[in-house]
Design a protein around this ligand. Sequence first.
Ligand SMILES: NC(=O)c1ccc[n+]([C@@H]2O[C@H](COP(=O)([O-])OP(=O)(O)OC[C@H]3O[C@@H](n4cnc5c(N)ncnc54)[C@H](O)[C@@H]3O)[C@@H](O)[C@H]2O)c1
Length: 438
Amino acid sequence: MDGVAPIGVVGTGYVGLVTAVCFAHLGHRVVCMDVDEAKIAGLRSGRLPIYEPGLDKLIDDTTERLSFTTSYDELLEGCHILFIAVDTPPSASGDADLSRVQRATREIARRGGERLMVMKSTVPVGTGERVTADFTGLGVSQIAYVSNPEFLREGAAIQDFLEPDRIVIGSFRPEDGDVVEALYRGIDAEVVRTSVATAEMIKYASNAFLATKISFINEIANVCEQVGADVREVARGMGLDHRIGPHFLQAGIGYGGSCFPKDVQALKQLAGNSGYHFQLLTAVLEVNALQKRRVVTKLKQRLGRLHGKKVALLGLTFKPNTDDLREAASIVLAARLQGEGARVSAHDPMIPAGEHPSFPGVAIVDDPLEALSDADAAVLVTEWPEYGRLDWGAAAAVMRRPLLIDGRNFLDPDVVAASGLEYDGIGLGDAEPPAWPA
Ligand SMILES: NC(=O)c1ccc[n+]([C@@H]2O[C@H](COP(=O)([O-])OP(=O)(O)OC[C@H]3O[C@@H](n4cnc5c(N)ncnc54)[C@H](O)[C@@H]3O)[C@@H](O)[C@H]2O)c1
């Protein structure tokens, strides 16, 4: 595709960088722009700002089609199509904070020229209308707008981008959607063409539904504990029903990450702002918040007061195969345990030993056995494969009390118990089933 103008990508985080590298893999030239100078300097010298499996290899393979800049002028010199992939974190009110989106779109508008702006960031329904109204207010009429939400998952981002379940393209004018659809040539996926508002809603509704599935199975798990059922088997039995499906039915200590918590909250706010009280999402959020705290209750039931006790956290990232700590369950759990007076140690393959700003006072170490040494209990927070291979016999030997709460139902309870640990998971009820009514 040499000779064709490069694609511009604004924001080189998890989504922007993966988008850029995957488009380069498809044969496009791509200019990546970010306001973070350290990130761009690192990328120019071959250092990746994030951990994402396979990204280093793909970037090496596509390096001649990629360039990096911190300058909007440089970006806009050659690029006509501009993907916006800046972060949209939650604001204090729970609404999505669109200040970065606004900054980026205005920087582009201010420089004039005929452009096609493609929104990859997750933005509330109505953002496309707002951005284009903003352009009109600024006297800019030559920027077309398309919504193209991203569904990739960190840890599997490249595969998700190149083999997506669907590509959603919402446009005000069909010809703009056609241009964006053509960029994905080479990817075999159903393309959903809609209005801008519908595309924006597909993204929020998808994340909210997945979060609802997780909170649902977590509530089932909590009931399983009361009545002596095993949520893993319940989920398997449910998931074989093709109307339900097996995905997102793993009970645990709740979802985290940079998307589900903020997107569920933002959709609830969006509904509320337009006069509709989204009751179901209120419950989804509450269940998720309480689920993290249930682990503390489990520890108290076994250890009594946690004051002065040492609890080791295995895994800190919000899920395995990423270095992302945003909204990770570990952050709430560590703070809650400290609030009870416990000493907290931790290990995570991606988080370097020492002090970490998200975990003040937590002793993060390089070796899981060191984290477990003298601990009164351990909580498996992130299902990193290395914990499946851990020598649990050695773990039991170094712990003061060999108690393990498996917050992801990741390990085989029999194997762990045979290694000398007391094991508990989530929703693995060993209570007596309820008696017949008298
Ligand atoms: N991370 C995911 O798994 C995921 C998946 C799907 C969708 N999304 C959505 O994609 C968007 C980006 O998420 P992310 O996780 O990649 O965020 P991120 O924080 O990893 O990256 C955002 C990048 O944008 C840059 N940036 C901010 N303001 C800028 C500006 N005005 N000009 C240029 N660059 C700017 C930041 O410096 C940062 O490098 C969000 O809306 C998110 O909800 C994320």
